[in-house]
Design a binder for this molecule. Structure first.
Ligand code: BG6
Length: 490
């Protein structure tokens, strides 16, 4: 590839020595470098309060890359080349003068200048105002805002108001890395390129939809962050609601970023508000206590570092959500997320209704209805469960799984979500980023639940590490005569 076609950008990573940067962002940039080589003068500048020496920083990054990359992605030659693009600098977020340290490291040409804010969102306005004061926000600047943006509607609006003093909406990239996962994009194609699915995608044929994001890890070194955040703000307000929007939205007229975002926004407007007693009826709030995962003992949440021993913060949420519109009237969406569950997985289950009249002798149950299971991780897959005849005499009906996985990918590695999204930022494509009105509407819907939980003195429901959450989660579906899908719960 010619040098001129290589990726040319400056990327300034605030929070660049922190957990997200080391675990996800720098590994993603390294992978991006391997697939799309960088121009020799491309720079990645990690900003930390007390940045280590460049040598110590590179050592640390190397360690983390070796730890977090799939084994076959690491190679010393690529690392040495990639490392030439890395630098680190020390800046104190509230001291504008310290931002001058950035100036000699930034280029003066018209290349995209990306500021990635991966700090606590309460610092976003402070950072933007210092960058603005020093004239570093040029017309080719873009800013990426990590979630959660704000801690409720009010704080999210304040951040937005302050950011708009320095950046236009087309310069702001609100990242939700779940939108960068390959299967999420495939979902758009599955829904809108196949009349087979689109014609059935409504309350006439769909009984309910389940979305599960489960993690086996606990809060790890992020106890303090989690104490202020909890699962509702960390996962439901963003990842789960975004997945729900993609599943439930109307077909956009085209795939321009704003046309897709318009449709997602309409879903958020149509979410039935959960207020008063509905909250206790439809939302389960859990917290992990000591237990074991795959034979390994795990401590309870309140024993984690940085966590209060009296904490009532939720590490698990399950909820029943209804969408008040023509397409989804009466179809529950069950959402669930939790830490210290038996395994890491993200799965969407579309459960179709039973056929109205059954003519076979085989007894039918929930399993006999069609089911579309979309797995985002650990492995990507799409499976359609159909009914078929058991081989041999008689008319025994059994379920048959039809695998819809793309088999044309060959050995091609599927890009990591952050890798894909970082490339989109450099290219200036906002399709997979969240617009301000979507962010606000999601908070608007979540706020009453937050308020209700903040005002209650009752503890969360406890669940042992390694279980699938508190009893209330099973009950939530059992009340409706349903079960969580066995793929995620098995
Ligand atoms: C992040 C949350 O947004 O997503 C973390 O802050 C969580 O708490 C992570 O662990 C999960 O992402 P993934 O891609 O590993 O499922």
């Amino acid at each position: 590839m010619k040098e001129s076609s290589n990726l040319l950008f400056d990327l300034v990573l605030f929070g660049g020595t922190g957990d997200l940067s080391m675990r996800k962002l720098l590994p993603a940039l390294y992978q991006l470098y391997r697939t799309t080589p960088f121009h020799a003068s491309t720079r990645i500048i990690a900003v930390g309060r007390t940045a280590p020496s460049k040598e110590a920083f590179l050592h640390r990054v190397q360690d983390k890359l070796e730890q977090h990359l799939p084994q076959d992605s690491w190679d010393t030659v690529s690392w040495q080349q990639f490392a030439k693009h890395l630098n680190c600098v020390s800046i104190e977020a509230d001291k504008t003068e310290s931002y001058r340290n950035l100036i000699p490291l930034l280029s003066e040409d018209q290349r995209p200048r990306v500021f990635y804010f991966s700090t606590h969102s309460s610092l976003y306005a402070t950072i933007a105002s210092s960058l603005g004061a020093l004239g570093l926000i040029t017309p080719c600047a873009r800013v990426v805002l990590e979630k959660p943006i704000g801690r409720d509607l009010n704080t999210a609006r304040n951040i937005s108001g302050q950011m708009s003093n320095y950046f236009t909406e087309s310069q702001i990239y609100r990242i939700d890395h779940y939108l960068g996962k390959e299967t999420v994009q495939n979902l758009l194609v599955l829904r809108f390129a196949n009349p087979l699915f689109e014609s059935l995608w409504n309350h006439h044929y769909i009984d309910h939809i389940q979305i599960t994001i489960s993690e086996s890890i606990g809060v790890e070194s992020r106890g303090e962050f989690y104490e202020e955040t909890g699962a509702l703000r960390d996962i439901v307000q963003n990842h789960l609601l975004q997945l729900l929007c993609i599943l439930a939205m109307e077909p956009p007229p085209n795939i321009e970023p704003d046309r897709i975002r318009d449709e997602k926004l309409k879903v958020l407007y149509a979410l039935k508000p959960l207020l008063g007693d509905d909250i206790a009826r439809s939302v389960v709030r859990g917290q992990y206590s000591a237990g074991a995962i795959k034979g390994k003992d795990c401590i309870g949440y309140t024993e984690e570092e940085g966590v209060s021993e009296h904490s009532t913060i939720e590490t698990f949420v399950a909820m029943k959500v209804m969408i008040d519109n023509m397409r989804w009237s009466g179809v529950p969406f069950y959402l669930r997320t939790g830490k210290r569950l038996p395994s890491r997985s993200c799965e969407i289950v579309v459960q179709f209704k039973e056929i109205p009249h059954w003519i076979f002798d085989t007894v039918r149950g929930q399993l006999m209805s069609n089911q579309l299971v979309i797995t985002l991780q650990p492995d990507e897959s799409i499976t359609l469960r159909l009914c078929g005849k058991r081989l041999g005499p008689g008319m025994d009906v059994r379920t048959v799984d039809l695998n819809l996985n793309p088999n044309s990918r060959g050995n091609k590695r599927s890009a990591d979500a952050y890798e894909r999204l970082l490339l989109d930022v450099v290219k200036g494509d906002q399709t997979l980023f969240v617009r301000q009105d979507e962010l606000e509407q999601a908070w608007h819907w979540i706020d009453p639940i937050l308020l209700d939980w903040e005002s209650t003195t009752s503890p969360p429901e406890y669940y042992a590490c390694g279980s699938w959450g508190p009893a209330g989660s099973t009950l939530l579906l059992a009340k409706d005569g349903r079960l969580w899908h066995e793929g995620a719960t098995g």
